[in-house]
Ligand binder design. Structure first.
Ligand code: XIL
Length: 408
């Protein structure tokens, strides 16, 4: 009974994803997806998640080879993978092996961002990125490049060096140099990351970022055109977060994202894909509904792909410290979310933002660490498909079942 309900839920959302074609008005939330599953609010989110969890594992279930994520993805022409931490790749054999066993695509969690790649205004540091791309090549994995233009993780010298006169030159030179080095080896590049923030009050909902202040809205067009000129085979992506749920702020942001990519695409700016980061939260996953379905359908109608680029589930809002309960709830969200998204043919790539819980950015101990865990600052999040011994969580099986549900 519960399982049937979950399947119906996925089908309903799937139909919404297939609609496409409508104008921006389609971005108004289409109510009903989760309500059909009986989860109407935060308190019920975990119950919904549990009822929706597909693919519960056998106690001794195998999870490599034919039973791996990548086998299930590749059989359906899909890409599945994770963000890679270069330090762990060297230090932790289990981590490295899990990537090899499970992923047919990888992305560097930090190594290809401006700060690590640009030690000085006239210098590039390629060692880590080279090592990362070589690892992917050695194991036949595709690569996502992340990212070429963002307001965060800019190098310390940036603010004092880059000005309105030279900003275009810096942006173009960075994109040309980095993309030329990895030309032909990158399936998709995040050309611009997180450019929308309606609260900043700028035209089109653009974020008041350093790039915006230096170059105005045209920085996006400069970045995408430069990227295409260097590596015409790479899928050029606009990537953003907090556009998944039907909350009011999220709806406004989604609308602005859609407006931006529509303007770029219809204006002849080269752009091929929308990255939906998918940093989900167990507390608001029940609000993922028609708004996202419309975003995916509309992006597809523009002739663009949609990627799930940074999937994880923040479980801080789940009460009850029982790990197994939290695992089940998180698995339900993985299964429903990925299954729903994959019901659109536009969605082809699913990447998690890490592999095992312990090393997730959500569990980081640094100055920002506990900001992700306000309710349970001392509780380690169960947020990724693998536990700290690289054994699969229920989320692994839910994700795998979702990949397996993809229609050929
Ligand atoms: C995060 C990394 O996971 C952290 O290690 C780093 O300290 C900060 O950045 N959106 C993005 C990613 O596009 O690049 C961010 O990655 C997470 C949010």
């Amino acid at each position: 009974m519960e399982n049937t309900k979950a399947k119906d839920t996925r089908r309903t959302f799937g139909r919404k994803l297939m609609l496409g074609g409508a104008g921006l008005a389609a971005l108004q939330a289409v109510p009903g997806w989760l309500h059909a599953a009986g989860a109407t609010g935060t308190a019920e989110a975990s119950r919904w998640a549990q009822s929706a969890a597909p693919g519960q594992p056998e106690p001794t279930a195998s999870f490599t080879g034919d039973a791996s994520l990548k086998a299930h993805a590749a059989a359906r022409g899909l890409f599945v993978g994770a963000a890679v931490n270069l330090g762990l790749l060297t230090r932790e054999p289990g981590y490295r092996q899990t990537l090899i066993d499970q992923c047919n695509i990888v992305v560097a969690e930090n190594a290809m961002k401006w700060a690590p790649m640009r030690p000085a205004p006239d210098q590039f540091f390629f060692d880590d990125a080279d090592r990362f791309v070589a690892f992917a090549e050695e194991h036949g994995m595709a690569v996502r490049g992340h990212n070429l233009c963002w307001h965060e993780q800019l190098p310390p010298w940036f603010a004092a060096t880059v000005n309105k006169q030279n900003a275009e030159q810096y942006l173009v030179q960075h994109i040309k140099t980095v993309m030329t080095r990895y030309k032909g080896k990158i399936r998709a590049w995040d050309v611009v990351n997180e450019a929308i923030k309606p609260e900043d009050g700028k035209p089109e909902g653009l974020r008041d970022s350093p790039w915006y202040r230096l170059l105005g809205p045209r920085y996006l067009e400069i970045a995408f055109r430069t990227a295409r000129s260097v590596d015409p085979a790479a899928l050029l992506t606009y990537n953003d977060y907090d556009i998944e749920t039907d909350g009011a702020a999220q709806g406004a942001k989604r609308q602005a994202v859609m407006g931006l990519i529509t303007r770029l695409k219809q204006g002849g700016v080269p752009i091929d894909a929308l990255g939906v980061q998918s940093h989900l939260s167990a507390g608001s996953a029940s609000k993922i509904d028609g708004g996202l379905a419309a975003l995916v359908a509309q992006t597809r109608a523009l002739g663009m792909k949609v990627f799930i680029t940074e999937l994880d589930v923040n479980d801080d809002s789940l009460e009850g410290d029982d790990g197994a309960d939290r695992e089940k709830s998180v698995a339900g969200i993985y299964g429903s979310y990925v299954g729903s998204m994959l019901s659109s043919p536009a969605v082809t790539d699913v990447l998690c933002w890490g592999v095992a819980d312990r090393y997730s950015w959500l569990n980081s101990k640094g100055k920002d660490g506990s900001k992700w865990r306000p309710k349970h600052p001392d509780r380690e999040e169960v947020c990724l498909p693998f536990d700290n011994n690289y054994q699969p969580h229920p989320a692994f099986f839910a994700l795998r079942a979702a990949l397996g549900s993809r229609k050929a």
